[in-house]
Design a protein around this ligand. Structure first.
Ligand SMILES: NC(=O)c1ccc[n+]([C@@H]2O[C@H](COP(=O)([O-])OP(=O)(O)OC[C@H]3O[C@@H](n4cnc5c(N)ncnc54)[C@H](OP(=O)(O)O)[C@@H]3O)[C@@H](O)[C@H]2O)c1
Length: 275
């Protein structure tokens, strides 16, 4: 029986992934920052609910050690935990930038640092990093979030080279807009620059207007499961109808056409205000 460890399973995509892998007969290590209120996942067979905060390295090594003691080895790790921040770069405080990078980039790096020695020793293992369509394309009002997800995309694509010699498979799953608490739980950039207020209102408003292709977390979990089990060398997996549209625009044309398309779609109000 194979074993997967998933981060950020208190809600959303991570939680749906726990249920999917469990349903498919895997041992699942459902990790979350605070398992004390968990009442559902710890009732599942072959599922271990463990505390893991990607910002606290000691919780990562403790969780991995506990899993290896119980299940013998880990076959796949899903770096799913993440957070959002909306607003504009100039209004993001240093603390906000550090915090979101700590969760979305340095967090997965800490998990990788802890699991890779085990994967190298066993000459196998699959890493699945959950980025976003926002790791390939950008929307107005999400600049800091995009910076984190582009970073995780680049890291993941590049470590895939390094890990091939050890039989370790590296995968990227790129969800589009998904119905979780993610957007509602997002921070707003907190600095005081009133001149951006109108831009943020317009950017968020247009984004909401076009946010009509939302997927359910269970659909993303299906893609994560495929990435874990398809036994091939595919690196990237788009997940969600909007990813086909936006990443498709970026991939299937010249770069400036994609940029023009996104500006026309999301900030048309500003395009006749060129200086
Ligand atoms: N929903 C979308 O539209 C969307 C689109 C593209 C990509 N994604 C990506 O999908 C992933 C999952 O997001 P989601 O949509 O399922 O949102 P979600 O329901 O808000 O889930 C995020 C999970 O990450 C956990 N988390 C946050 N900080 C953590 C930390 N320091 N250590 C451990 N866990 C932490 C949260 O736990 P707590 O309950 O403790 O906060 C929560 O379980 C994220 O990486 C996100 O960037 C989401």
């Amino acid at each position: 029986m194979k074993t997967v460890l998933i981060t950020g399973t208190s809600s959303g995509i991570g939680r749906a992934a726990v249920l999917k892998f469990n349903n498919e007969g895997w041992n699942v290590v459902a990790t979350m920052r605070d398992p004390s209120n968990e009442t559902e996942l710890n009732q599942l067979d072959n599922t271990l609910v463990v505390a893991l905060d990607v910002q606290k390295p000691e919780t990562i090594t403790q969780a991995i050690d506990a899993v290896i003691n119980k299940f013998g080895q880990i076959d796949a790790v899903v770096n799913n935990a993440g957070a959002a921040i909306f607003g504009v770069f100039e209004m993001a405080t240093e603390d906000q930038v550090n915090k979101i990078f700590d969760t979305n980039v340095f967090g997965p790096m800490r998990v990788l640092r802890a699991i890779l020695p085990h994967f190298r020793a066993q000459r196998s293992g699959t890493i699945i990093n959950i980025t976003s369509q926002g790791g390939r394309i950008t929307f107005p009002t999400c600049s800091i979030y995009h910076a984190t997800k582009f970073s995780l995309e680049g890291l993941t694509e590049a470590i895939a080279y390094e890990l091939i010699p050890f039989g370790i498979r590296t995968k990227i799953v790129e969800p589009g807009s998904t119905a979780t608490k993610f957007v509602g739980g997002a921070e707003l950039t907190a600095g005081e620059v009133p001149e951006y207020e109108e831009f943020i209102k317009i950017g968020l408003g247009n984004w909401a207007k076009y946010d009509t292709m939302t997927s359910q977390p269970e659909e993303i979990a299906e893609t994560i499961f495929i990435a874990a089990t398809d036994d091939n060398d595919q690196l990237r997996y788009k997940a969600g109808r909007d990813t086909e549209l936006y990443i498709g625009k970026m991939q299937n044309g010249d770069d400036q056409s994609y940029v023009d398309y996104m500006r026309e779609r999301f900030i048309p109000e500003y395009l006749d205000k060129k200086q």
